[in-house]
Design a protein around this ligand. Structure first.
Ligand code: ADP
Length: 422
């Protein structure tokens, strides 16, 4: 009996211990479940927060390009369409998708869509693709849709035995813009470098030519007795002096243009007065040619005062006159100005050599010279062009080879230094 009781006690204690042990175990399990649930909840929140704020669209699609999940609506704040099948092209406002009633994939052109092809190939290969660049219409947070440069990534995966692909679309418009600007800047720097080298090579040649003539004929002059030869040498020295002076003046102007220090002083200028001064200068420039060339001025009947840089304006007309005298063997040179609504049109017309049609478009470029028999630097017109553009005007030439040219420019009546691209 006692033994039976003892056995009963032992069994009871065993059952109780088992009960307590089981309860503790259950409690621990419950705690663990609670803890895991909270962690899961937290990490899901973090995950959602990241997706909402990441600077990329992440889109999970099935094999039919149907969007299953995306952060697109969280990022753009665009309304999420209900009960409607949305494919990638619909989501990203593909113009083809929008123009077809059925949406993305139903248009004939969709068969040629390179992004579709990329995704299709990646599904077949069960692989991935990176950095596929395309222009897409993307909505910003304000709902504005604009063409953007994008970089697209795709990653094949299997979820619950179903084939899926995660597409990531990065807006790289700003990056592309910066890249383009960088390319432009590099091109500009390389061009500048090239033209600097060409400029130096040209300059050393151009300076040496008149300098050699001056030095050479000065030496000859010292040993020459004959008056006729002396006069001839002096003339050569004189003309080369002028050329050298012009060259140095041009180089100084060019270096000012290059360094952005070509300054302008604006004042009210009486155009009839200025053109009359320039006509006198033209007569002086004629020299011996006065026997074969007639210079005249078409006087504007309108009194015209314009606000501009007097010296620079004279420099341009004087350059046109010098060229007209240089490149005209006989005939006439006519200069004039014509006030128009908001601007004044200046011109120098000659009956000289004219410029071949294929050279006309390049005549304002540096060092461009059509004929090399006449002395010159090939810089004057390019400097004129810079001056006129800086003063807010236009410059050009109408020329017929063998018949003559009209060099012209316009300046605003009320000028100021214009922003120009160097
Ligand atoms: P440069 O006169 O010192 O050579 P420019 O820049 O002033 O330099 O002129 C460039 C070239 O344009 C000249 O060498 C010449 O071939 C051509 N040109 C300029 N003006 C005339 C003109 N009135 N008639 C014919 N050709 C001209």
């Amino acid at each position: 009996m006692v033994a039976l009781n003892l056995i009963g006690m032992v069994v009871l204690i065993g059952v109780l211990s088992l009960y307590v042990f089981q309860r503790r175990k259950n409690k621990k399990l419950l705690l663990e479940v609670n803890y895991t649930g909270k962690a899961l909840y937290n990490s899901e929140n973090v995950f959602r927060f990241i997706l909402q704020n990441v600077h990329a669209f992440i889109i999970m699609i099935d094999r039919d390009f149907v969007v299953l999940q995306t952060n697109y609506y969280d990022v753009t704040k665009a309304p999420r369409p209900e009960n409607r099948v949305i494919r990638v092209g619909d989501l990203l406002h593909c113009t083809n998708a929008l123009s077809a009633a059925g949406g993305c994939g139903t248009h004939a052109v969709c068969q040629l869509c390179l992004i579709r092809k990329k995704i299709r190939d990646t599904y077949i290969a069960k692989g991935s693709f990176t950095d596929y660049e395309a222009t897409l219409q993307i909505s910003d947070r304000q709902g504005r849709i604009a063409a953007c440069n994008t970089s697209i990534f795709g990653e094949y995966m299997v979820v619950d035995n179903e084939e899926r692909m995660v597409i990531t679309v990065h807006d790289i418009t700003r990056l592309k813009k910066a890249e383009r600007e960088l390319c432009k800047a590099r091109e500009k720097a390389e061009n500048a470098d090239r033209s600097k080298s060409a400029f130096l090579a040209n300059m050393s040649h151009e300076i040496r030519t008149p300098l050699n003539a001056i030095v050479g004929f000065s030496e000859l002059l010292a040993y020459t007795e004959a008056a006729e030869e002396k006069t001839q040498y002096l003339e050569i020295i004189h003309s080369n002096n002028e050329l050298l002076q012009q060259l140095i003046a041009d180089i100084l102007d060019l270096s000012k243009i290059e360094s952005g220090t070509l300054n302008f002083t604006f004042s009210d200028v009486d155009l009839n007065q200025i053109m009359s001064d320039l006509e006198q200068l033209a007569q002086m420039r004629l020299g011996e040619k006065s026997a074969v060339i007639k210079i005249s001025r078409e006087v504007s009947p309108i009194e015209c005062i314009m606000h501009t840089d007097r010296n620079r304006l004279m420099q341009v007309v004087a350059n046109f006159i010098t060229n007209a005298v240089k490149f005209t063997d006989e005939g006439t040179i006519i200069l004039g100005h014509e006030p128009r609504a908001e601007e004044v049109y200046f011109y120098v017309k000659d009956t000289g050599n004219g410029i071949p049609a294929d050279k006309v478009d390049h005549i304002f470029e540096r060092f461009v010279r059509v004929e090399h028999e006449k002395k010159g630097t090939g810089l004057g017109l390019s400097i004129c062009e810079t001056i006129v553009r800086k003063l807010g005007g236009e410059i050009g030439v109408d020329s017929e080879y063998g018949k003559g040219s009209t060099f012209w420019f316009t300046l605003p009546l009320n000028g100021q230094v214009a922003e120009t691209e160097e």
